[in-house]
Structures are given as C-alpha cells and as structure tokens.
Ligand binder design. Structure first.
Ligand SMILES: [Mn+2]
Length: 319
C-alpha cells in the first residue's frame, strides 16, 4: 500500500500513461479518469483513457476537450476498480498483470496492481484524485473541477449516502469555487431520465403487487416490457429499489426475465431484515440490504417460491 504522496511521486516520474476505468462505467470511475488525464496532460505527459464498455451519453461532457492520444503505454493506472475482473473485456485480457498502480476507495479492493493506494474512508475515488492533483500542484480549472464533482456527487447519491464525511463537503465546496457546474451536473445525473427509462418505470409501477399485509411489494420486469419501452440496460439499472422505497414495505422483490430463459429475483431489505439470508435458500447471495438469486422456471412459479420463503422468514423474524 502506498500513500497519496507516493502516488504523486510515481506519476510525476511517469509518461505515456494509460488510465483504465471499470466496465459499466459510472460517474466516479469516469470522473477520476478524466480529471487525472486532464491534470497529467497539463504536465505535458501523454495520457489516454480506456474503458471496456461504451461511455453513456450523460457522461460525455466529462471528455469535452480531452485529446485522446494514441501510443504504447509505459504505465497503466486503474482508477475506482475494486477487482481485476471489473476491468471487463477486452481490457482485462490486454492489461492483466500489467497494471502498475491502482487508486481506489472500495474496502473490498483486492490489491491486484503492482502498487495500490486504497482509502476506504474516501466517499469517492475522485476525493483521492483531488488530493493527488493538489500534491502535484496542478492548476485545477473548471473542467477538472466538474469531473471531480461528478464522481463525488454520483458516489454519494447527491450527498445522501452514509459515506459522506465533512471532508466530502469541503472538497465539493472547493470544487464549486474552482468552477464545477454543480447545478448542471446534479440535474444531468439525478433529475434527467431517458424517455425509455420513464416508459420502463411506467410499466414497472403498473406491475406492483403487495403481499403479507403490504409488508412485501413485488415488481416485474419482462422482456416484453423492455422491448415495448425501448429500454437499454442503463434504463433498467436501479429499478429494483422501487418496491423497497414504498412506505411500510420491509422487503422489495424484483422479478426480472432473463434473455436465456428463467428469472432473476432481486431482493431489497432494510435492517433488521436480511435479503441475502433469504436468497441463500435458493443458492443466491449478496449483502444484507441487496441480494439476488435465479430460477429456471416460470415467472409464477419463481414468484410463488420466493413469496413462500419470505413468508416463513417474516414469521421467524418478528422485529
Ligand atoms: Mn467509486
């Protein structure tokens, strides 16, 4: 494990740097990559960013004005990537065993790079990049500030999650002072949905059913619904949090039809209820708050099996 100062020293001495973002890229991995790329390019270095998946339209502004340079990388840096597999293909095969430095905030980081700098207390990897750019004495312009702000605002759910610290607000304030477009970024990240997403939500809301004195809510996501709403994977992400958000609901259930037949069930629960205990009965797993399992049967049968198990669980765990 190395310190932020040692990271800065390493980067100061480096050139021809490739920065890797994780697959299914989010605001933090892309905000970290683009801010670091901009900063290092200001130092006169050749830098490029690679991600195994395409960048969604809502994140394109992060790359505005960045010249992606082509070269054979001498140094590979992974940002916000907790484990090697999360690099995804094709980059995993290309750079496995060649990652020189990993900068990340996930407590589960497996330290797969030659050198690792991990700070689980950072709400976002962008907080760490903020420090690194400051140590490197890089002039933080409004574009860098907006990139870093994006990572912080997305990884904290707009400053709502438990990972937010006083330092998170101080860094955010500093970034706004340097010209981060806080209002526009929040609107783009949280208050803007694609039409396909809204169409998907409309259908999902319509499918809500309640069980066990309204303590359990179930939603469905079928291939037909996805087709009818024109939804891409991006437009489906996070829908599983809808049933659990309903007042009085203890366990939220999402039944999603898989393209290869069968169904995936995602459970959401709040303490003291444990979603992963219920999913474990069906060979699945996850966290106490969010877990999942799969069924190779009909929707009605999968739903009946899951509801029966939830019923037993609720009987055995009176709060
Ligand atoms: Mn992150």
């Amino acid at each position: 494990m190395i310190s932020l100062t040692e990271v800065a020293d390493f980067l100061r001495a480096a050139d021809d740097i490739l920065i890797l973002s994780h697959q299914y890229p989010d605001g933090d991995t892309l905000g970290s990559s683009t801010a670091l790329c901009r900063g290092l390019q200001k130092m006169g270095k050749r830098v490029m960013i690679k991600c195994s998946d395409p960048i969604g339209p809502k994140f394109r502004y992060l790359f505005d004005g960045i010249e992606q340079q082509e070269f054979t990388p001498a140094v590979v840096v992974a940002v916000d990537i907790a484990a090697l597999q999360l690099i995804g293909e094709p980059n995993l095969s290309l750079y496995r065993g060649k990652i020189d430095l990993c900068i990340d905030h996930h407590p589960s980081n497996t330290c797969y790079a030659k050198q690792c700098c991990i700070d689980p207390k950072a709400a976002a990897t962008c907080e760490m990049i903020f420090d690194i750019l400051n140590i490197l004495n890089i002039d933080m312009d409004s574009q860098i500030a907006s990139c870093l702000y994006t990572g912080i605002v997305t990884d904290t759910g707009c400053f709502k999650y438990i990972n937010v610290t006083p330092r998170t607000y101080r860094i955010a304030a500093d970034l706004v002072e340097k010209g981060a477009q806080a209002h526009r970024i929040s609107r783009a990240m949280f208050d803007t949905k694609s039409r396909a997403r809204i169409e998907m939500e409309r259908r999902v809301m319509d499918s809500i059913a309640y069980y066990y004195d309204d303590r359990v809510a179930v939603i469905k996501i079928t291939l037909q619904m996805i087709q009818d709403s024109g939804a891409a994977e991006d437009d489906i992400e996070g829908l599983a949090s809808i049933p659990r958000a309903i007042e009085g609901v203890l366990i939220g259930v999402t039944i999603r039809e898989k393209t290869d037949g069968g169904f995936k069930i995602s459970l959401r629960a709040a303490p003291p209820w444990n979603a992963s205990e219920i999913c474990a009965v069906f060979g699945g797993g996850g966290h106490a708050g969010a877990a999942g399992c799969t069924f190779n049967t009909t929707l009605e049968d999968a739903k009946a099996q899951m509801l029966a198990e939830i019923g037993k669980y609720l009987d055995n765990h009176k709060a």
